[in-house]
Design a protein around this ligand. Structure first.
Ligand SMILES: *Cc1c(COP(=O)(O)O)cnc(C)c1O
Length: 573
């Protein structure tokens, strides 16, 4: 039985389903932003004492460990890890029918323990059980690996076996929160549960109680790109599901031609949201006729604050980790101490880089950081648009760049992007140092977001739904220098919390054109004439911007605020 206290076990609980959850660096069951957000969500729920249970898959081979060859070519390796070091297996088993075979699904339970308050259990579903067919044992082996068939089977395990596992554990679930469309097959289980007995059905209402299902479901979408929404051919889904009763209603709810997981979730949720205000608007454009709310993402403040800033906040803002609103009083922290805390974080990053690469970065040079998934829309190469210009800027005042990020194993464009950055790094050798660190993960992210001087982000608008690494930087007094997209539209105050790159987006939802060239021009101009002079010549004013990042960005863009909003706007209704 689920062990979270006898009274708590009776409490109606929110079930939070996510294809990936990143709780700790050594538990490699995440790929990027979506998983880290899910982990931060669970940690804040634990801190706030919210009754929540997480559901995800175990991934014994993780996502992958990234090696980058000297030429910049990404090589993927399976991750080796031992679940038994972090969680315990439960005796419960449930079964799902996949391809006509009965597949056993077991689960492990991890406890996300808050230092100050409650505990949130997280179920990691596992098909690697003795009684399963060798092919079925592999279903929960790799995150985002394999073909659409493999992915669909994983989504059956997540949604359907996940639902049954909660039942088997005797949990009383009041709401099902689908973090992205991957989990939306759980609605099929709810449909079966809310199916009206035929003899009680009125002529016009049918056997499916859709409103009953909707009352239970909440759906958060995370991507503003049509191609980012999971779709499966019915030719693929039907033989795997093999349930005629369900196929008919599925086609009404998830699309006639293809099984669209987002559409299924949209049609069966009473509350739907995007992850930033702009993303809410963009989603309304993608799915006309549906109502989208917006709850802007955050990060877990304690997790993403480096040791030197934790000590500083403990001294001046005691209680900050569980009440990030206290950052509003950041101006009480003396500027010299903010700078010292930053200098320590910088040293920790530079040591790490030396350990990993043998390169010693220049301790005096202004350092820009850029780390996120290597994928085309993030435009990691924008700053290299004009190498002569970049060289001339770096000649006047010292500058260095640190990069990290994994490309999805099948994203050739993303992989080439890493190679290109290696090539720019070679071409720029005499002008400025460009270092690309391999195997970006949560541990490296912590070091990077705190140890650089400025956090760079240059996505193609409006493709960044929210973005969260910039919020992590803000928690460490590192200002953002970013294109106005995602969360930064809400967090940016020019020269106060950081700086924008390129034009301000039009508030109208109509698509707008932005040119790489104009964005690059603005980037160079601001870097040369505003940011570098402030950093080197007017340090006190620079520190005031660091305070702005803490007092105005970290203050708001944290998962404690985010979870309070989910509680009052989505979970209670
Ligand atoms: C925070 C984080 C991300 C997400 O960063 P974005 O800026 O939202 O792209 C991705 N990967 C890791 C390891 C992270 O810690």
């Amino acid at each position: 039985m689920l062990n979270h206290g006898t009274k708590a076990a009776r409490k109606p609980t929110i079930a939070y389903f996510s294809m990936e959850i990143g709780l700790a660096n050594d538990i490699p069951t995440y790929a990027g932003g979506l998983g880290v957000l899910a982990g931060d969500t669970i940690k804040s729920a634990a801190d706030l004492g919210m009754p929540l249970v997480g559901v995800t898959l175990l991934y014994r081979k993780g996502y992958f460990r990234q090696e980058i060859t000297p030429a910049g070519r990404q090589v993927e390796h399976p991750v080796q890890w031992r679940p038994e070091n972090f969680m315990r297996p439960l005796p419960n088993k449930v079964h799902v029918l996949i391809d006509g075979r009965k597949v056993s699904v077991g689960t492990w339970q991890y406890e996300a323990r808050s230092v100050t308050s409650g505990t949130v259990p997280v179920l990691f579903l596992d098909t690697d059980l003795e009684e399963n067919h060798p092919e079925d044992k592999e279903i929960t082996a790799v995150l985002y690996g394999g073909d659409p068939r493999y992915r669909f089977k994983q989504e059956i395990v997540l949604g359907i076996a996940g639902y049954r596992m909660l039942q088997s554990l005797g949990m009383e679930i009041s709401r099902y929160h689908m973090n992205e469309g991957h989990a939306s097959l759980l609605t099929l289980e709810l449909l079966r549960r809310y199916r009206r007995p035929l003899e009680l059905v009125w002529a016009e209402e049918g056997v499916w109680d859709l409103d009953g299902v909707r009352r239970s479901c909440i759906f958060t979408t995370h991507t503003p790109e049509a191609s980012g929404h999971d779709k499966f051919d019915y030719d693929l889904a039907e033989p795997i599901l093999r349930d005629d009763r369900i196929m008919d209603i599925l086609k009404q709810l998830a699309g006639r031609d293809q099984l669209n997981m987002t559409l299924l979730a949209l049609n069966l949720s009473h509350y739907v949201n995007g992850v930033a205000k702009k993303h809410g608007e963009v989603s309304r454009g993608l799915f006309p006729g549906y109502e989208f709310n917006a709850i802007t993402n955050g990060v877990h403040s304690f997790t993403w604050t480096c040791p030197s800033f934790r000590r500083l906040y403990d001294r001046y803002l005691p209680g900050w980790a569980n009440e990030p609103e206290l950052f509003v009083r950041v101006d009480n922290i003396p500027p010299g101490e903010i700078w010292d805390a930053h200098a320590q974080a910088r040293l920790a990053l530079f040591d790490e880089i030396y350990q990993r690469t043998g390169t010693r970065l220049d301790p005096e040079a202004m350092t820009l950081g850029f780390a996120r998934r290597a994928t085309a829309y993030k435009r990691a190469e924008l700053i290299f648009s004009d190498l002569r210009r970049l060289t001339s800027i770096a000649k006047k005042r010292k500058l260095q760049l640190v990069y990290a990020g994994k490309a999805h194993p099948r994203d050739e464009t993303g992989k080439r992007l890493i190679e290109n950055i290696f090539s720019y790094s070679g071409q720029l050798r005499d002008a400025l140092n460009v270092t690309y660190l391999q195997d970006y993960d949560m541990a490296l992210a912590s070091k990077l977001v705190s140890g650089v001087d400025l956090w760079l982000n240059t996505p193609l608008r409006p493709h960044e739904a929210s973005g969260t690494s910039g919020m992590k930087a803000a928690h460490n007094g590192v200002p953002n220098f970013s294109v106005l997209d995602g969360w930064w539209i809400e967090g940016h105050i020019e020269g106060v919390t950081g700086w924008s790159i390129g034009a301000t987006p039009d508030p109208s939802p109509a698509p707008q054109q932005f040119s790489n060239q104009a964005d690059a021009e603005d980037l160079y101009h601001k870097l040369e004439h505003v940011i570098l002079p402030l950093f080197y010549d007017r340090r006190m004013e620079w520190i005031q911007v660091m305070r702005g990042a803490i007092g105005k960005n970290a203050y708001y863009f944290n998962t404690h605020r985010m979870m309070r909003r989910y509680a009052t706007e989505a979970y209670l209704y």
